[in-house]
Design a protein. Structure first.
Length: 106
């Protein structure tokens, strides 16, 4: 169950980060509100995750998966640049997430 909650923390963290982009510097009230709601939910769920998953593993997966998803959305949706260094870096993040999941012994 903790791994499912960790997945939801990533989803809310990604939504909060995308809301930051869409808030136009906190000038649009709906995305601005969603920043606080999303991060509030993410942090609240993350505290529950830490009851069952080691902090070092949970935080690395949470931040890495969030970075991975936001990077991909930035490239695909916001037409951010893509080059070989970005591709390799994104693949390394993904490999790190998989490695940490298997290192947890669950």
């Amino acid at each position: 169950m903790a791994w499912v909650l960790l997945l939801f923390t990533v989803v809310f963290e990604v939504f909060g980060t995308l809301s930051m982009k869409l808030s136009a510097g906190l000038t649009k009230w709906v995305p601005t509100l969603m920043i606080f709601v999303s991060y509030g939910l993410s942090f609240s769920l993350f505290s529950l995750v830490l009851k069952s998953i080691d902090l070092s593993v949970a935080y690395a997966i949470w931040s890495g998966a969030g970075t991975l998803v936001v990077s991909l959305i930035g490239i695909l949706y916001f037409q951010e640049s893509l080059n070989a260094v970005k591709v390799i870096s994104i693949l390394l993040i993904a490999a790190g997430i998989v490695g940490l999941k298997f290192s947890s012994g669950e």
